[in-house]
Design a protein around this ligand. Structure first.
Ligand code: CMP
Length: 395
């Protein structure tokens, strides 16, 4: 009985995980986005004073229904928390408590506050209060953006570099405000009479915002302004560069782990030593496909080959289709023969493929001859099979 409850719980946990690629997981995410969109839309509309009668009556109901769904989601997430691998080794109670105190747990709790407040009647669903509470739902959108956690990691990884740029920013800011104060104080005592007042102009200029509410009048002030504007562009460019490079690095690391996870399901790769394997992992890309998707089309040029780490594909050959499952590969013939694709290939179920592009395939050929030899051997067998099955030309 306990085992059944635990399997149900792990199944529910898998569906709620945002990285889950099953159709139930995708359906849940679509439903969640729809509910979130409806809630935010209703909250935004309810802030309009004069609404048609029907909308005015209907919006509070939508808000209560959305809040109730989030309440149910929160309770279920607390229930499944012990399934999370990061809480492995903790008791169920501690795992739940740690999830409740995590960023996602706190956002989930904030999102259900309106549910309590509205259903207990302490706040009416159409009051401004409810709107403020419900705007917290926008934070739940973050759950649908894996890039949010990536950004947090990038900022944490690059904190030393970002801090250096921030210090440069502060140095330029203080120098600009002080110099502008010296040049402009007699002409514009209100705006530049002291350094803190001049700081407002320096921030607006250095960030290249330029409201235009405060402008230097003296030649010296204008020269300082020009230098600050150019410095502002450089500092922002530096910040952007650091974040963009950090983002790309982090994404590359994550992709490496994703590929490593999939590579272990392909026996052809696991037979290679760890060093060789780590070399090939850097060249593979993971692609998830739903069923009935054409992966390669006959007669089209081919620039990549594919290894199946999960699922199954159908090779549409003239005589009879052939199915390839986990551990199989396809698309090698176009790379070896430098000819267009010899067949169309379609997924028959949710399938995960590891893609190897032609340039990397030719590079690997010199480093890992055993792997390429195995691919060539199978390609020869397939060619022979296709030739013997080819329809004979009419005499
Ligand atoms: P390619 O020609 O690049 O694209 C179509 C792919 O279908 C081909 O590479 C092979 O990987 C695969 N293929 C062709 N013939 C067979 C076969 N007889 N059995 C299994 N796979 C095949």
């Amino acid at each position: 009985m306990a085992a059944t409850a635990s399997t149900t719980r792990s199944r529910v946990y898998a569906i709620l995980r945002h990285s889950d690629n099953s159709s139930s997981g995708r359906r849940w995410r679509a439903f969640h986005l729809l509910v979130l969109g409806a809630g935010l839309f209703a909250v935004a509309l309810s802030s309009i004073d004069k609404l048609p009668y029907l909308l005015d009556r209907g919006l509070p109901t939508v808000i209560v229904v959305v809040a109730a769904i989030f309440l149910a989601e929160y309770v279920i997430r607390v229930w499944v928390a012990p399934e999370a691998p990061r809480f492995a080794g903790h008791s169920e109670g501690i795992a739940r408590l740690r999830w409740v105190l995590s960023a996602n747990g706190l956002i989930g709790l904030l999102a259900v506050v309106p549910a309590f407040a509205i259903t207990t009647g302490s706040v009416s669903a159409d009051s401004d209060y409810a709107a403020v509470f419900c705007i917290l739902w926008v934070l739940k959108l973050g759950e649908h953006a894996p890039a949010m956690s990536t950004l947090a990691r990038v900022i944490s990884n690059e904190r030393a570099t970002l801090a250096s740029v921030l210090i440069i920013f502060i140095v330029v800011l203080v120098m600009a405000a002080t110099s502008a104060h010296i040049f402009e104080r007699s002409q514009q005592p209100e705006q530049f009479g002291n350094v803190p007042a001049a700081l407002w102009w320096a921030v607006v200029t250095l960030t290249t915002t330029g409201y235009g509410d405060v402008v230097p009048h003296t030649v010296g002030g204008k020269m300082i302004g020009s230098v600050v504007m150019v410095s502002g562009i450089m500092v922002l460019a530096l910040m952007t560069g650091i974040l963009a490079t950090g983002f790309a690095e982090e994404e590359r690391r994550r992709e490496y782990l994703r590929v490593w996870d999939q590579v272990t399901k392909v026996p052809m790769f696991t037979e290679l030593g760890t060093v060789t394997l780590s070399e090939i992992v850097g060249k593979l890309r993971v692609r998830h496909y739903p069923p009935r998707i054409v992966v390669v089309r006959r007669d089209e040029p081919g620039d990549s080959m594919f290894f199946i780490s999960e699922g199954e594909v159908e090779v549409r050959l003239p005589r009879a289709p052939v199915r390839l499952g986990q551990g199989g590969f396809f698309g090698e013939m176009a790379l070896l023969d430098r000819l267009p694709r010899s067949a169309t290939i379609v997924t028959t179920q949710p399938t995960t493929l590891l893609v190897l592009y032609a340039s990397d395939f030719y590079e690997i050929a010199s480093h890992i001859p055993s792997l390429v030899a195995a691919v060539e051997k199978e390609a020869r067998r397939r060619r022979t099979e296709n030739e013997s099955n080819a329809p004979k030309p009419a005499r």
